[in-house]
Unconditional design. Sequence first.
Length: 125
Amino acid sequence: MNELLFKRIVILFSIVGLLLLLTHSFFFTPKNQSISSLYQLKEGTVLSTRGVIKELSQEDNFTKFNICEYSVCVPAILFNPSNNQTNLLNDYSLNKKQIKLTGQYKTYMDNPEIIVYKIERYDSN
């Protein structure tokens, strides 16, 4: 096989692989989980859930809060929140509206928590 042809094939497969990864990351939506079932998940699982925000506290570069469904709450942390995210969290915390978040389920010091990747308004429709 010609060396030039081999290099072209490798570059073509690399580009196709990157395009497939990019497409997957844009269109992948994790499974919706109820907060009461989070404790059964394996650590590191990416999930999507909704609930009411309680005990919101903001530090320099992160925001901590509890996301609750009825009486079951799980701590969540959002690193480097933007002003829009901070305003959305404050608004939904004060008005006790449900919010949808996407993140990774982790255990920190033997306690479960969610590392938040994305927060968004929850429409009940």
